[in-house]
Design a protein around this ligand. Structure first.
Ligand code: SAH
Length: 470
């Protein structure tokens, strides 16, 4: 595949000079610009002929020569040379940083990232809640417990693995991702090597032939257990037994291997059909001393160490005393509710995904938590139902997807009238919108903490306590 980077051109290690390396692909008009601010995605904003342009790899306060190109009426720009550098700029230790796009802030020091994320969150949440602090990591590398690689054949008909480039279907070959788990990186390498030996070809979506699409590796941070999910285009896997035997022999931490069949076009990784070909089909890990089951498709926060920081803060903000009835809305596999149950009278979790609910029920059982139950329903519909039955709850945890809560959900939440709402969000923008709505109905944001679950990317998690004004 033509977009897989030539191995020889890889420039590993700290001396990697991305700007120089890049000059060959530069097109367009060269101009010198000052960066006046940054976007929430961490791009530098510059002004060109009265238009604002967001340019990757530029920091506030920097001056740079950029190449500006116009294609199909759309302006795009690339950094050619830095004239004035920010003192927060660092050299990314990752050789794939620019081509990959999975991380956006590796040119900014870790301290600089935390400041950047809290400044942006404060800007967006101004007037709604006070941001009290940002909780970062001591060692912000190799933090992902969920690891993915995509396969493609390279020019030499060799199977290579890597990531889709941002907003594209092109693959950047990556051998060692610095935010993925180190053992997972090693397993990805083994799978690629073994695929060659077993004659397995990468799936070619355009031509509709080939077999291997992706490998998804989940590794328990505390347990060290590994679940390997091979995403393939057909359920017929010639040499399956030998392949699995050798893989498990080479990585004894592998507790389970699942074959997931996805023969659809598009960038959705997992298909619907799944077959366990080794072990129980899931792994176990723990969070705050409780044990959780993780399968290939269930939602599980990708940074275990920081999830514990987040859940501890959420539980603290909820201020549970033991007598409260609690809702865990958008509960996934029930983690927050099960962790809070020890300090509450009763917890009810609600979640749309049926598989996640199945895991939640099993998680409650495995931890012998008897005062939590789960409902498989749209969170908005569930809340409307509670309202109709005039049920009473004291505290509601809310942890929706990026898009935030539905209007139905928010309307019923205010009718339910819990004393406290602990809102966890991975998008400060949808959080701000929902806080604005809740503020109009007497819920005031009293505390907000940011937890860095995604170092080197622009993403940040926020946890907010809302209290009902008496
Ligand atoms: N609280 C969990 C999961 C948070 S992710 C944890 O900390 O692990 C958000 C969850 O919301 C996902 O599990 C997703 O399946 C679920 N979800 C998305 N839309 C929903 C809806 N309309 N109603 C209920 N759950 C929903």
């Amino acid at each position: 595949m033509k977009n897989i980077r030539d191995k020889k051109s890889k420039n590993k290690g700290k001396n990697f000079k991305r700007l120089d390396n890049n000059k060959s692909n530069i097109r367009g008009k060269l101009v010198t610009v000052d960066v006046v601010k940054t976007t929430i995605e961490g791009k530098g904003v510059v002004s060109y002929q009265g238009e604002e342009l967001a340019v990757a790899d530029l920091l506030e306060g920097e001056t740079a020569v950029i190449a500006i190109d116009r294609q199909n009426g759309q302006l795009s720009a690339k950094v050619v040379e830095l004239k004035r550098k920010s003192d927060r700029r660092v050299v990314s230790p990752c050789s794939y940083y620019e081509a990959c796009g999975g991380c956006q802030l590796q040119h900014l020091s870790y301290k600089g990232q935390l400041d950047f994320k809290s400044d942006k969150a404060m800007e967006v949440l101004r007037g709604l809640v006070e941001v009290r602090g940002v909780l970062g990591m001591d060692d912000p590398w190799n933090y992902r417990n969920k690891n993915l690689a995509t396969f493609a054949m390279d020019k030499g008909n060799r199977l290579a693995s890597g990531f889709y480039q941002e907003f594209s279907h092109k693959i950047v070959e990556v051998e060692d991702c610095l935010i993925q788990d180190a053992e997972a990186n090693a397993i990805i390498k083994t799978v690629s090597e073994m695929a060659g030996k077993f004659g397995l070809k990468a799936f070619d979506e355009d031509r509709g032939h080939g077999f291997l699409r992706h490998v998804l590796i989940r590794r328990g941070y505390y347990s060290g257990e590994v679940l390997v999910t091979l995403v393939v285009a057909s359920s017929v896997f010639k040499g399956q037994g030998n392949f699995v035997r050798e893989l498990v022999k080479r990585h004894s931490c592998i507790k389970s291997v699942v074959l997931n069949v996805n023969n659809k076009r598009g960038s959705v990784v997992l298909g619907r059909e799944e077959k366990v070909i080794y072990g129980p089909g899931f792994i176990e890990d723990s969070l705050l001393g409780l044990s959780f089951r993780v399968s290939s498709s269930s939602f599980y926060q990708i940074n275990t160490r920081q999830t514990e920081v987040l859940y501890t803060k959420a539980r603290e903000l909820a201020g549970l005393k033991g007598s409260e009835r609690v809702i865990d809305a958008y509960c996934g596999t029930g983690t927050i509710g099960i962790i809070a149950a020890g300090q509450a009278k009763e917890v009810v979790g609600v979640e749309l995904n049926r598989m996640a609910i199945r895991d939640a029920v099993s998680n409650a059982r495995r931890n012998r938590v008897g005062n939590v139950s789960f409902v498989n329903q749209d969170a908005g519909e569930f809340m409307v139902g509670l309202d109709a039955r005039c049920e009473l709850f004291d505290v509601v945890f809310v942890d929706p997807p990026r898009s935030g809560c539905s209007l139905d959900f928010l309307r019923s939440l205010v009718k339910l009238g819990p004393e406290r709402v602990v809102y966890i969000s991975c998008s400060v923008e949808s959080l701000a919108r929902d806080l604005e709505f809740l503020k109009g109905f007497g819920y005031v944001g009293s505390d907000c903490f940011l937890v860095d679950l995604f170092p080197w990317t622009y993403h940040i998690e926020a946890v907010v306590l809302l209290e009902k004004v008496k």
